[in-house]
Design a protein around this ligand. Structure first.
Ligand SMILES: [Zn+2]
Length: 87
């Protein structure tokens, strides 16, 4: 069996994880990302379609622009009395 990280053959020892066998603990840790990716169901990946992504992005931008507008209103409101106090 070959180590999924470095490709060297692992006959005994190493770290076993399910069907995979790594040559060392370092190799095992280095391959963590691909192991996690393996565990993500295809359905979840399919759900995160481009359309879904764009919708999420739009929502983020909308809430951002809303908070900017709010901040501008607040600072305008805070500046108004000062202007009004001037003779
Ligand atoms: Zn290895």
């Amino acid at each position: 069996m070959a180590c999924p990280t470095c490709g060297s053959s692992v006959l005994f020892g190493g770290v076993k994880d399910g069907k995979r066998r790594y040559c060392s603990k370092n190799g095992y840790e280095a391959d963590e990302v691909s192991r996690i990716a393996d565990h993500i169901p295809q359905a979840v990946v399919a759900e995160l379609s481009r359309a879904e992504w764009l919708r999420t992005e739009k929502r983020i931008w909308r809430s951002l622009s809303m908070s900017w507008r709010l901040r501008r209103t607040v600072s305008a409101g805070a500046a108004a009395p000062m202007r009004g106090c001037r003779p």
